[in-house]
Ligand binder design. Structure first.
Ligand code: FMN
Length: 226
């Protein structure tokens, strides 16, 4: 079956229609709460990945605060959970990179709407080692590697053509099959969590909400009103 998306400006919703959007959440609850939040996170991530209703289960919303106190949010892909750190990759000179440089406090949000779940994390971000970034960069498809060289992420772009020309120039410099070096301004960040909160939608808005808080190397958890 072919589904046509109505992308015209006529396809708009009134406030009343938006307010009426609601659904009833499920019976599955958070009954057994493991002592370690990473055990729960990895089982929820595995379930999200296996769920055909989910798109980009490893996408998360990263929020940062810049030196003026301005908050900004964007999606990035989780690329690993190593030694209890959440890893993502980006351009260190980007808006988010500059914000993290001046203020390492960040939040991560996994909005798993199709599963009536969300995981929200607060913590601090810092770059991973160059060797780890090199290793991941080398594993990326050639076109992505070239794209990384082409993009001056977060800087103004006058014409799209300029971006395509930068891509072509990089592709000529490092043709397909050659080894593309990692730009020093691109690499990974690891987020060390201080809190991890799991939210599971339940019937009659009696949702489950469990927040783990780190106390040195120990995790304590508590339930909260939804
Ligand atoms: C699903 C999805 C995944 C994304 N993953 C990444 C990512 O892993 N790294 C990245 O730098 N940008 C990623 N982006 C683009 C960012 O959301 C953002 O536009 C870009 O990083 C520039 O953000 P900034 O100007 O706030 O730094 C992704 C966007 C989407 C929609």
């Amino acid at each position: 079956m072919k589904v046509t998306l109505d992308t015209s400006m006529d396809a708009q919703m009134s406030s009343a229609e938006i307010a009426a959007m609601r659904r009833s959440y499920g019976e599955v609850g958070l009954e057994e709460i493991p002592a370690n939040p990473f055990d729960l996170f990895s089982s929820w991530l595995a379930q999200a990945r296996a769920n055909p209703a989910m798109v980009e289960a490893n996408a998360m919303v990263l929020s940062t605060v810049d030196h003026r106190g301005e908050i900004s949010s964007r999606s990035v892909l989780l690329k690993g959970v190593t030694e209890h750190r959440f890893i993502f990759f980006t351009n260190y000179n980007s808006r988010k990179g500059q914000a993290i440089h001046s203020q390492p406090n960040v939040s991560l949000l996994f909005p798993w709407f199709a599963m009536e779940r969300q995981v929200s994390i607060t913590g601090t971000a810092e770059p991973i080692s160059s060797a780890e970034s090199d290793e991941y960069f080398a594993s990326r498809p050639w076109g992505h590697q070239i794209g990384t060289w082409a993009s001056r992420q977060s800087e103004p772009l006058t014409h799209r053509k300029e971006l395509e020309e930068r891509w072509k120039a990089a592709a000529e410099k490092w043709p397909e099959g050659s080894s593309v070096p990692r730009p020093s301004h691109w690499g990974g960040y690891q987020v060390e969590p201080s809190t991890i909160e799991f939210w599971q939608g339940r019937y009659s808005r009696l949702h489950d909400r469990v927040r783990y808080a780190r106390d040195n190397d120990e995790w304590e958890f508590a339930r909260f009103y939804p």
